[in-house]
Structures are given as structure tokens and as C-alpha cells.
Design a protein around this ligand. Structure first.
Ligand code: SAH
Ligand code: SF4
Length: 386
């Protein structure tokens, strides 16, 4: 069973104040300098905001009263607004978040042993229209700001008084796998990922922050110059003909170009032994045959990677089906026999990818039919991201 907390708060009027929540260390230093302060003030502000979860300047006791008054006048710490929060018995927590201007996005936290993986959204909707993706079917509304992206991490952590059981960190991993194509919102995504990894932000290792892309090759090349995060690519097909049907951006940047760009990305990194995660959504009768698996194994023979198979998550606007367990096992077996490390995303019912857009849909639905007080989620709809 799952409990639901609905939090409807009035939309705030937009303000001209600088929202400090989204400022990277460099930008926070520049902001402090613009106020005539020493750059080290930035570290104090960052720690209050991201370590202590503070959203009001009066709580910042190591900052002088005079500066606090100035900050109150020209700045704010404004997280996005939570519309609803859903808890499952196993600890998975999902939020629908209202974005200024009216859109909704979702964020999901999946605790798994010592790990807590947060799935973060980067855009309201998506322009790339992959044929199997509910977010794509919603079209593109707008990019999230850096404050709205890092604000998802802030909200997730601050929604817990204390993490269930021990003193574990609430978030050990972040995956940019929520709504939207992160590389099409480049600057805001890079800025918020830098806060995720910054010791004055959330101090998460670069290996544990993963950007998933459908393959925007020029932006991937740019990413290698400014970031060291882990990389996942949405492949979903072993050849260009099929991939172009499923992931339309393949017509612009075909498979060979995408794999080459991944090679260039890793060549720019200082540490070795890191590999690309290849995401492959298995859709019944479309890309799930033994021949597809063999073709995929051949394609990736010399490409340093691990493969994550994602059983398709059905949604109302799609006729695609999830393959049987037998078909998924067979696909996995072919790849494993080819010595490619392959995992199947642990899906008990829907998973977070299905929730992509689904949770938002439910909130909209509930808003219309306010007599309903329960969601349709059950504990069987929880996923583990590996
Ligand atoms: N836009 C980025 C990241 C968000 S989607 C990307 O495409 O990589 C995260 C993953 O979920 C992607 O691999 C995406 O292809 C997959 N996905 C989207 N819809 C899905 C569905 N209905 N079932 C299973 N996987 C899905
Ligand atoms: Fe956009 Fe990714 Fe969905 Fe494709 S799979 S439509 S790129 S969010």
C-alpha cells in the first residue's frame, strides 16, 4: 500500500530576486563579489543551502545581520513547488513538482540497500518524440532552470526528517533520467550537476552522477570538455533503420556517430576504466528477438560498455507491449554469452520510466476528479535502477 500526501500551495508571484538555489560555486562567488563581499562567503551560503537545507537567510547565523538584510532584499532560496508526494512501503518516494508557468515534472527516489538513487527531470516534456516514451508524447514545454533541477535534489533530501533507519545518506546516486533530454538543456544541466558533485553542494562522486542521452552528438562532445559525469545512451536498436523509427534523432546522428562520440567523451576523462551504459528498452515484437540480440552483441563487441535492458513500460497512448519474461531472459542470455555485462532493470510492475509522465498524468487526473484521494500506485510498481 502506498500513502499519498497532497500539498497544494498557491502559486507564488514571480520575483526579480536572484534564486541562489541554482548557483554553482563559481556563480555564487561572482554573486558575492557583486555585493562587495569576499568570495569565501559563497562557501557559507552554499553550505547553508545544500548541507543544511536552509531556505531563509535569517537562519544563517555565521553571516552578519547587515549582509542578511541585503540578501533578503536582492536574493531568495526558492525550491520548486511540490504538488504531491507518494510513498511506497519499500521506501520509494515520488514527487510531482509544479514548475513556474504551470508545467508539471516528476522526481523519484529509489532507496536500495545502502544506495539512494534520485531520478531527476531536466525539461517539461521533450521535443525528441521517441516512439515508446510518454514524455515525448507530451511535446516540449520548456527547459527547467538550474534551480528547478538542483531543487529536485534539495526537495528530496529535505522531505525526510531523518532517513529511514540509520544515518545513511539519502541520495548516493543521481540519474538524469526523468523527463526531458538533458543535453538539450545543456547549461542548466551542467550547472546543476556541478552542484551535485561539489563538496559545498551534495558531494556525490562523478561516477554516481549519470547523464542519459538519446544521442545529441554535438552536445555530447561539448559535455566532455566541461564535465566528468557517467554516461548512459539510449540505444534501443542494433541498426540504424530500426533505431530511426524508435529514436528519431538517429536520422541526424546515426549509431556509428553516437558510439564514436562516446569514445571521444571518455578519451577526455582523466580516469580510465569507465564505460558507457547502453540502455535498451525491450518492446515486444519490435526489437526483442534473438536476431536483434545477436546483432546488438556484434555491434557492441569492441565498444566498452555495460548494457541495461529496460522492459517496456506501457502507457495509455502507446500500442507497444512489454515482452514476456522468457523473451527478456533469452535476450539477456545472448548478450551475456557474448561476454557483455548485461543487467535487466528490476521492474515489479511499472518502473520509473513508465512513471515518466504517468505520475504527472495522475495528478492532473486527480485535480479534475477531486473526490479521489488515493493514487493507483501499489508496492509492486517499484523499480531498482542499477
Ligand atoms: N531523454 C533521455 C533521458 C530520459 S528517459 C534519454 O532518452 O536517454 C530515460 C530512459 O528511459 C531512456 O533510456 C528512455 O529511452 C527510457 N524510456 C522512455 N520511455 C520508456 C518506456 N515507456 N519504457 C521503458 N523505457 C523507457
Ligand atoms: Fe525525450 Fe528521452 Fe523520451 Fe526520447 S526517451 S522522447 S529523448 S525523454
Amino acid at each position: 500500500m502506498m500513502s499519498t500526501t497532497e500539498i497544494f500551495t498557491p502559486m507564488e508571484a514571480p520575483t526579480e530576486k536572484t534564486n541562489l538555489l541554482g548557483l554553482s560555486r563559481e556563480k555564487m562567488e561572482a554573486f558575492c563579489v557583486s555585493l562587495g563581499e569576499k568570495p569565501f562567503r559563497a562557501q557559507q551560503l552554499l553550505k547553508w543551502i545544500h548541507h543544511q537545507g536552509v531556505d531563509n537567510f535569517d537562519a544563517m547565523t555565521n553571516i552578519s545581520k547587515a549582509l542578511r538584510s541585503r540578501l533578503i532584499q536582492c536574493a531568495e532560496i526558492r525550491p520548486p513547488e511540490i504538488v504531491s508526494q507518494n510513498d511506497s512501503v519499500d521506501g520509494t518516494r515520488k514527487w510531482a513538482i509544479r514548475i513556474a508557468g504551470g508545467g508539471l515534472v516528476e522526481t523519484v527516489l529509489i532507496p536500495d540497500g545502502d544506495r539512494g538513487t534520485l531520478c531527476v527531470s531536466s525539461q517539461v516534456g521533450c521535443s525528441l518524440d521517441c516512439s515508446f516514451c510518454s514524455t515525448g508524447k507530451q511535446g516540449f514545454q520548456r527547459d527547467l532552470s538550474a534551480a528547478e533541477i538542483i531543487g529536485q535534489v534539495w526537495l528530496a533530501i529535505n522531505s525526510y526528517d531523518a532517513f529511514p533507519s540509520t544515518n545513511k545518506r539519502i541520495i548516493t546516486n543521481v540519474v538524469m533520467m526523468g523527463m526531458g533530454e538533458p543535453l538539450l538543456n545543456f547549461d542548466n544541466v551542467v550547472q546543476s550537476m556541478s552542484l551535485m558533485m561539489d563538496d559545498f553542494g551534495y558531494g556525490i562522486s562523478k561516477r554516481r552522477v549519470t547523464l542519459s542521452t538519446s544521442g545529441v552528438v554535438p552536445a555530447l562532445d561539448k559535455l566532455g570538455d566541461v564535465s566528468e559525469v557517467s554516461l548512459a545512451i539510449s540505444l534501443h536498436a542494433p541498426n540504424d533503420e530500426l533505431r530511426s523509427q524508435l529514436v528519431p534523432i538517429n536520422k541526424k546522428y546515426p549509431i556509428a556517430e553516437l558510439l564514436a562520440a562516446c569514445g571521444r567523451y571518455w578519451a577526455k576523462q582523466t580516469d580510465t576504466h569507465r564505460v558507457t551504459t547502453v540502455e535498451y528498452t525491450l518492446i515486444a515484437g519490435v526489437n526483442d528477438s534473438r536476431e536483434h540480440a545477436k546483432e546488438l552483441a556484434k555491434l557492441l563487441k569492441d565498444f566498452p560498455c555495460k548494457i541495461n535492458l529496460i522492459p517496456f513500460n506501457p502507457f495509455s497512448l502507446s500500442d507497444y507491449q512489454r515482452p514476456s519474461k522468457k523473451t527478456i531472459d533469452q535476450f539477456w542470455q545472448v548478450l551475456s554469452n557474448s561476454s557483455i555485462v548485461t543487467t535487466v532493470r528490476n521492474t515489479r510492475g511499472d518502473d520509473i520510466d513508465a512513471a515518466c509522465g504517468q505520475l504527472v498524468g495522475q495528478v492532473a487526473d486527480r485535480t479534475k476528479r477531486s473526490e479521489r484521494h488515493r493514487t493507483n500506485y501499489t508496492e509492486s510498481q517499484v523499480v531498482t535502477v542499477r
